[in-house]
Design a protein around this ligand. Sequence first.
Ligand code: THU
Length: 157
Amino acid sequence: MKKTEIIVPIEVLAYDELTPQESQLVAEAREATFRSYAPYSKFKVGAAIQLSNGEIVSGSNQENAAYPSGTCAERTTCYYAHSRYPQARFEAIAIAARTENDEFQATPISPCGACRQALLEYEVIGGAPIKVLLVGAEQVYRLPSVVNLLPLAFTEF
Ligand code: THU
């Protein structure tokens, strides 16, 4: 028997260690939490995607009374970004969340499984890694690629 393991590289950065472009993306993800519609969970999530054409698209989670049919911020954003700019690659995504007390999450949140799969699809068709910025109140986790969020991913059939 052989053993193997997959290492997830995570850089933990203070806000002043981000590049100007990363800072802007983080700010847009934070801002998007204020446009969340989350009356059921009261968990407000925002995402912002940097596109290769220079645009930034942001979005938030949107819930409804049939609770499971709502959409996470990450999928709201990636589906809108690709439907609005189908030719543009995704270069980076930032994700932020605020809890019921309205404060930003101290520890960064990480996308759910369905959102990881959706984001991976855009990484594959874009042909280059999408940088992932998981935004906490005081620090940001930076991962080089969506692959790091979804080891042993199912990518094609
Ligand atoms: N949610 C997101 O928008 N993104 C995540 O990464 C995790 C969860 C949303 C879904 C639902 O509206 C609320 O947060 C609580 O799960």
